[in-house]
Design a protein around this ligand. Structure first.
Ligand SMILES: *[C@@H]1O[C@H](CO)[C@@H](O)[C@H](O)[C@H]1NC(C)=O
Length: 498
């Protein structure tokens, strides 16, 4: 019996007092890959929350009286390179293309898919483009008469539209790696800074990007001003931009957006590493707080705990973890532990409304890349590896994010996303468990809310070789306890309650 049927039955037993909650839906990815986003419906033997006391090796407590941020979900960047590989796959093997997009993006309740909802898209060239371009490469065109959104490859827009067709919740976050070369002191998109006199021109350029995407059928959910503003590199599009300058552009762009039908679009600042969380993002928010909805972090310097420096200063602003990449040659399970610990549980527990990897798709060599780009000197690994023969393979980035995504997807068509609620772990083995929990409101308020729990069990006892052991844990919810034995790996559980 599916849990939905049970909900219906319970709803008809209106007089029945204090019905107990039951865990029916479980997704599991284990350290040894014997289970990979494996779905199990526990019917007819669900795990019951029962009136009980006592403790176990792990004691997880859910506090649904404390509701934190609403989630926007998980995903990756659709670089030009990712879009090129996917569009080539569509030409070569349309069946594989559509099944791949389905496994990545189908948000349907019960779908055997990750249901990614967050797509970050570079505006103009990045280090994963075929060539260097902006949307207006005519020198000195300060009125942007030659602005042309069609400078982006057509496969970028067609791929986004295909994804939108699968996932109506898709949130597209656009941002540039560089202003056009002629607006910069370096005269090139590869490094340098925006000339200060072009602040307003550049804000207008970004407005035109929003309009250009809209004209291509893509209404952006968020926009950024500059990817990694503290990193100028002569080998690929990049820009050094001060917090002062980003705040000025932000204020100008916010006014333009509000006046041109983009008032609902988030402006998200910073887009750089955790290590400067106590400085740059705080400065732009102090200078132009009304312009920015929040800020985004990358994982390459510092650590996730530093995110709290911003969150504690501006608890009402949003936070996103928008970029991190795997590289060739690392260990599958060690990576999953790190990702859950730092991104898909760790960053979320420190306020992130979304968490994303870098490239959505690359080939097995971390290509194609911009010729000469010095980034990803050890080949970067994407969420999915797409091969030239038309086959594809999901990487550890896919499975770890999918386990998190399943916990926050809207339960009902057009229903809201999950919101993080309080969770904590005690017990003798508490250091082996990392947890986060969510509540998802229903489209119809008379239906029971969905509760979900994501658990990393890292008790692999590695010393030379692994000696993994499951952890039996209690889950405390509204004064009752369920008991579940978590294998070493990642587990996502669902239950329903009024
Ligand atoms: C919500 O659910 C209740 C109970 O099943 C039902 O009577 C009502 O018509 C539903 N409302 C909507 C708007 O679907």
């Amino acid at each position: 019996m599916h849990v939905r049927t049970l909900v219906t039955i319970y709803a008809t037993l209106a007089a029945a007092p204090a019905l107990s909650q039951q865990i029916f839906d479980v997704w599991t990815t284990t350290w040894d890959r014997t289970q990979l986003l494996n779905y199990e419906n526990l019917s007819p033997n669900p795990v019951n929350f029962v009136a009980a006391s006592g403790t176990d090796d792990g004691d997880i407590t859910i506090d649904d009286g404390t509701v934190h941020q609403s989630m926007a979900g998980f995903g990756a960047s659709l670089t030009d390179s990712s879009a090129l590989l996917l569009s080539k796959l569509k030409d070569k093997n349309a069946g594989n293309y559509w099944s791949l997009l389905g496994k990545l993006f189908d948000p349907t309740n019960g779908a055997n898919a990750a249901g990614f909802t967050y797509l970050r898209v570079p505006l103009g060239a990045s280090d994963f483009s075929a060539n260097v371009y902006s949307f207006d490469d005519v020198d000195g065109d300060t009125h942007l008469n030659n602005f042309d959104i069609g400078k982006a490859p057509s496969y970028l827009f067609s791929t986004i539209r295909d994804i939108q067709g699968i996932n109506p919740y898709l949130r597209v976050h656009i941002l540039p790696w560089s202003p056009p070369a002629w607006m910069k002191d370096s005269g090139t998109m590869k490094g340098g800074s925006l000339v200060s006199g072009y602040t307003t021109v550049y804000a207008n350029y970004l407005l035109k990007c929003l309009q250009g995407f809209q004209n291509r059928g893509i209404f952006a959910w968020a926009i950024g001003i500059q990817n990694e503003p503290q990193h100028s590199d002569p080998t690929y599009p990049s820009t050094s931009m001060s917090a002062y300058q980003e705040a000025q552009i932000g204020a100008a762009l916010r006014s333009l957006m509000d006046a041109n039908g983009f008032a609902s679009v988030r402006l998200i600042g910073y887009e750089h590493n955790w290590d400067d969380a106590g400085d740059y993002p705080i400065k732009i928010t102090e200078d132009a707080g009304n312009a920015f909805s929040g800020v985004a972090f990358h994982c390459y310097e510092g650590d996730v705990a530093q995110q709290s420096a911003f969150v504690n200063s501006f608890p009402d602003k949003e936070v996103y973890m928008t970029e991190c990449t795997g590289v060739d040659g690392t260990d599958w399970w060690e990576d999953i532990k790190w990702y859950m610990d730092n991104l898909f549980i760790g960053s979320v527990n420190r306020g992130s409304s979304g968490a994303l990897m870098w490239n959505l798709a690359l080939d097995g060599n971390g290509s194609p890349k911009l010729p000469g780009a010095g980034s990803c000197s050890t080949a970067c690994r994407a969420v999915v590896t797409v091969n030239s023969d038309g086959s594809y393979a999901f990487n550890q980035e896919y499975y770890s994010m999918a386990q998190a995504s399943k916990a926050v997807l809207p339960r009902d068509t057009n229903g809201p996303f999950g919101q993080r609620i309080g969770s904590s772990v005690g017990g003798g083995l508490s250091s082996d468990l990392q947890v986060t929990a969510y509540v998802t409101e229903r489209g119809n308020s008379s239906d029971w809310r969905r509760y979900s729990l994501v658990v990393l069990n890292s008790k692999d006892q590695k010393s030379g070789s692994y000696s993994p052991s499951s952890v039996k844990a209690t889950i405390g919810f509204r004064g009752k306890l369920a008991t579940y034995t978590f294998p070493v790996g990642v587990t996502t559980l669902w239950w329903y309650a009024q």
